[in-house]
Write a protein that binds this ligand. Sequence first.
Ligand code: C5P
Length: 247
Amino acid sequence: MTHGDVLAPYPLPRPAHRLVLALDFPSWNEALPLAERLAPEVGCLKIGLELFLREGPTVVREASRLAPVFLDLKLHDIPRTIDHATASALASGARLLSLHAAAGHTALQRAARRTEGTSLIPVAVTVLTSLSADDLRQLGVDNDLDTQVLCLARLAWEAGIRAFVTSPREVGLLRRAFPGALLITPGIRAQAGGDDQQRTACARDAIAAGSDLLVVGRPLRHAADPVQTASVLAEEIRKGLEQRQSR
Ligand code: C5P
């Protein structure tokens, strides 16, 4: 499988299409103004637990009228539950669905098989971008961050998953190890520090290192002019793509 094959159901004609807007709002009423305003400026709307648990699958259908939806529920469960939850996500009309690689080979394989030949791309979360090396140690993981990200990505790849969520810090590592994977990076910040994201990078660096899609939440939600901020990010993406090609 090539990089183009994974991206085939997800065309990216413009740099702005690589932006995924995280709709981390408590209700659809509160999300709608920003979703409507930014849908033409981004490639995808991401619905996470906060919004989904309040609104249910109807919010996926509503948001899908504006742009493709990434259903970021980070499933982590036994294989049968993952399989049936993936079927439900498919019925909701979502285009991307996240699950934790730590759910293990069989669960990942069930998600991969359930989505074969459909327009839903299962995405394996490696190590959350909010976790530091110390957090990993507290979890009882002896591997360093890079090794753990690679280990989880390999597990998911062998189970048939071709898309990963990872921090921009490890994206270069994953790009080299999996040239054909779809790589999605949250933790996009103009400057490091200031909130709960630990392993961050700016949009240009994340794209230059090999990221395909950038998940952006607070930098767009808190912007005085979100449309202007999206266009600045799109320009950074364009430069990052140029940098990647010139290597
Ligand atoms: O506001 P911010 O730009 O940090 O938003 C990042 C989004 O990406 C949040 O919705 C968060 O749940 C999600 N995410 C993440 N790290 C992962 C997977 C998803 O930050 N590993």
